[in-house]
Design a protein around this ligand. Structure first.
Ligand SMILES: NC(=O)c1ccc[n+]([C@@H]2O[C@H](COP(=O)([O-])OP(=O)(O)OC[C@H]3O[C@@H](n4cnc5c(N)ncnc54)[C@H](OP(=O)(O)O)[C@@H]3O)[C@@H](O)[C@H]2O)c1
Length: 252
């Protein structure tokens, strides 16, 4: 069994804890959190610690804390020469303190604590300098996921940027749509079959092939009537810039 400890208790850490606890190939040694209360009921109490200097021996330490705290937390580790990785999409392994061997264990999914995820279907992007460390990361990743990729720093950043478009920006647009519905007394639920079909369509055809709507058709009368309808300046600007982008893309 590969011994793994997790540092952090947020969205990603809590899902990793669950995935490792359910794997017969991984022994979850310990979980560190500043606030151990949040780990109660998620992991057995003998594995929880709020003392970073009491971390036991493990084959792998996964730091899954806020991006801005990763460097500092890695410096707080008292041991050296062990394998320590982080789970961030856009940070290099170099942010980790050089006294330990470093790497990346980036699960490409959106995680929220109260949402169940199927880790087996989540792509995990791994990176390590040392081939032996790479093998360890690969074994750990394959113990919980059927989708494991070796991805370098630049490509990982590209994936993270792409992920912001498909997830954060799309979700923000859902929020704008929900606001428009609310302001006009129509239920957002009516849009849900459209949301589902939009996502399902790109599983089968390319986003470019899937595009429809007034921007693509160049229907200036409808476009202007939508802009007149959108009195909120911010929403109006977003509508304009996305319309321009769709029309620009259509010419390529
Ligand atoms: N959420 C996602 O969808 C997602 C997906 C892929 C990768 N990631 C990456 O995974 C990492 C964790 O993200 P998350 O969404 O799980 O974050 P999160 O839910 O906001 O949790 C952040 C964790 O960091 C801890 N923390 C913050 N500052 C700390 C410090 N100075 N010392 C010790 N612990 C500290 C917090 O502890 P307290 O509770 O004590 O504040 C908390 O456990 C990030 O690198 C993120 O980029 C996130």
């Amino acid at each position: 069994m590969i011994k793994v400890s997790i540092i952090g208790s947020g969205n990603v850490a809590s899902h990793l804890i669950n995935a490792f606890e359910n794997s017969i190939e991984i022994e979850l040694v310990q979980v560190f959190s500043r606030n151990i209360k949040v780990l109660e009921g998620i992991v057995s109490s003998d594995k929880i610690t709020d003392n970073i200097s009491s971390l036991k021996d493990a084959d792998l330490y996964i730091i899954s804390v806020s991006d801005s705290a990763i460097a500092k937390v890695s410096q707080q580790l008292l041991f050296s020469g062990r394998l320590v990785v982080h789970t961030a999409g856009s940070l290099s392994a170099d942010v980790l303190d050089g006294k330990n061997r470093s790497g990346i264990f980036y699960p490409l999914q959106t995680f929220s604590k109260n949402r169940v995820v199927d880790f087996a279907a989540i792509p995990i992007c791994i990176e390590a300098v040392n081939p032996e460390d790479h093998r360890t990361l690969e074994m750990v990743a394959k113990a919980i996921s059927n989708s494991v990729f070796t991805i370098g720093a630049n490509q990982r950043k590209a994936l993270h940027v792409a992920a912001v478009f498909v997830n954060n920006f799309t979700n923000h647009l859902y929020g704008i749509a929900a606001g428009i519905c609310e302001n006009n007394d129509v239920p957002f639920n009516i849009l849900k079959p459209l949301i589902r079909e939009t996502a399902e369509k790109v599983m089968a055809i390319s986003p470019k092939e899937a595009q429809t709507g007034p921007a693509l058709r160049g229907d200036e009368i409808i476009l202007q009537s939508h802009l007149d309808f959108l009195t909120d300046q911010n929403t109006n600007n977003i509508y304009k810039i996305l319309t321009q982008s769709i029309q620009h893309d259509a010419k390529l």
